[in-house]
Design a protein around this ligand. Structure first.
Ligand code: HPA
Length: 261
């Protein structure tokens, strides 16, 4: 029995979604691609935390894409809102309770690797959890994280992107707690640590999903250069706008990628 065993309406349980999708800032429009969408606000799922951040609508959309039954979460809650690591990964446990075995996580991220281009997507190959917390505090302990982001899925998405002619570099995502953007010194530090992109989500969800034996894929929308990499200041509105502008590319990749291996 999970905390979410009785949390979903019968339509959602009966649909037996196979793949879960978490849509980050500015990326919620992806659900327009789903056939026969059924909506469910997070507030109607007992036990799920509800966000107040602009760009995070806070609802599930059930639907099909390429013959696969998907459950998309439009919006997520963040550590920087004051939620715990267990809270920010509750949506993943809810998906697991519905029988979902594969999750695709998306986020908006700042560029740390100067070879990357704003407006492109990066496939996450591994992460640095620099949040100072974990959804697994209290157990289970010592979960293996050698391959958080599933190698077969990664190869599949890279092949699909290549066939479509859409750039999809792979890289390391550094997850920080936020809520402030980084300083230029922090961006330089992250590069030394091996990060290619930086954001304020995803790492707790990925860790939770792996601990539940789910397969994980992750994509970062590279919305801006990290602080100090150009003369520009960072602005949340620009980040959201770039997310919306670039969303179509990942949507095209995902639309061609189902069914997943
Ligand atoms: N830093 C952290 N998180 C982000 C950024 C950034 O530059 N851009 C989008 N999310």
């Amino acid at each position: 029995m999970s905390e979410f065993s009785n949390a979903f309406p019968e339509t959602f349980i009966a649909a037996k979604p196979e793949v879960g999708l978490v849509l980050g800032s500015g990326l919620g429009g992806f659900t327009d691609l789903l056939s026969n969408p059924v909506l469910l606000p997070f507030s109607e799922v007992p036990g799920l935390p509800v966000s107040g951040v602009e760009g995070h609508a806070g609802r599930f959309v059930l639907g099909t894409l390429g013959g696969t039954r998907l459950l998309a979460a439009q919006g997520r809650v963040h550590l920087y809102e004051g939620w715990s690591a267990a809270d920010v990964s509750a949506g993943i446990r809810a998906m697991a309770a519905l029988g979902i075995r594969t999750v695709v996580l998306t986020n908006a991220a700042g560029i740390v690797n100067g070879d990357f281009t704003p407006g492109n997507w990066m496939q996450i190959s591994d992460h640095l959890n620099l949040t100072g917390t974990s959804p697994l505090t209290g157990g289970p302990r010592f979960v293996d994280q050698t391959e958080v982001y599933d190698l077969r899925l990664r190869a599949h998405f890279s092949t699909v992107a290549q066939q479509l002619g859409i750039p999809l570099p792979s890289g390391i995502y550094a997850g920080l707690p936020g809520p402030e953007y980084e300083t230029p010194a922090e961006i330089r530090m992250l590069r030394v640590l091996g990060a290619d992109a930086v954001g304020m989500s995803t790492v707790c969800e990925a860790t939770q999903a792996r601990a539940l034996g789910m397969k994980v894929a992750g994509f970062s929308c590279l919305t801006n250069f990290g602080a100090g990499m150009t003369g520009d200041l960072l602005d949340h509105a620009d980040v959201l706008a770039m997310g919306r502008q670039a969303a179509g590319h990942l949507a095209t990749i995902l639309a061609a990628a189902f069914p997943l291996p």
